[in-house]
Design a protein around this ligand. Structure first.
Ligand SMILES: [Zn+2]
Length: 236
């Protein structure tokens, strides 16, 4: 049974905060302790701060326009509108109340993505195969994925991921004792975005997404799993 659309929606939910915060996943560790601000409040504050920064640059007040920010912001708004529409369309034939549309300054598409996903899962459960709602959602979900992946690629390409590779431990000719940051984000042929390890790296076959120019690499779809492996390795 094909569940690609449901999985893509889960992927979009997972990467949404990274898109909104325009930062490299795994590069800055999320705070372990909530401190004075809860996780939710912190996220809201970050979004607000980011929005204000973007607005300032769009309006040219004091800062030069930042093309990346503007493109990312338009991606965020576009995906938000699509997700809201999709959730409303899929919810209409059910008894669940339609979610309120996003208010001004609200940049969280995740409730709509989650609602769409829940509707599709319910349909899959009922029919035991993808049905008409699944077919209806597919092009929109694919489009949202392409938009978000493209924006993330623009944000991340060329960046060094500030973690130590759990397999080669950052051993390079310049750092024979290890500890170098050997992971870099590349755009592979075909527009695929991936983390590539540039160390003397030979992970076991089951841990590698694919190989590129003799170096192990992990496409963006595998990053959540990769982040878990890094965290487990750092904790060990
Ligand atoms: Zn490595």
């Amino acid at each position: 049974m094909s569940t690609a659309v449901v999985e893509t929606l889960a992927w979009l939910i997972e990467y949404w905060p990274d898109l909104v915060e325009a930062r490299l996943p795994m590069a800055t560790r999320r705070p372990q302790h909530a401190g004075e601000l809860g996780e939710q409040a912190r996220a809201e504050r970050d979004v607000q701060a980011r929005l204000e920064r973007v607005e300032r640059s769009v309006l040219g007040l004091g800062e030069s326009p930042a093309p990346v920010d503007v493109t990312v912001l338009s991606t965020i708004l576009d995906v938000l509108v699509r997700a809201d529409d999709l959730a409303a369309e899929l919810t209409e034939p059910t008894i669940a109340p339609v979610l309120a549309p996003p208010g001004p300054g609200q940049l969280d598409a995740r409730p709509y993505l989650a609602r769409a996903r829940a509707c599709l899962l319910a349909e899959l459960h009922d029919l035991d195969e993808p049905g008409p709602w699944y077919a209806l959602a597919e092009p929109t979900v694919h489009r949202m994925y392409e938009q978000v992946a493209k924006a993330l690629a623009m944000l991340y390409t060329g960046q060094v991921v500030r973690v130590t590779c759990p397999w080669c431990h950052g051993v390079t000719p310049e750092h024979p004792a290890g500890g170098a940051h050997t992971w870099r984000v590349h755009e592979l042929p075909g527009g695929q975005i991936a983390i590539v390890c540039h160390g003397a790296c030979e992970p076991p076959a089951r841990e590698v997404g694919t190989w590129w120019g003799g170096a192990p690499c992990w496409p963006i779809s595998e990053w959540p799993r990769l982040a878990k492996l890094v965290r487990a390795s750092e904790a060990a």
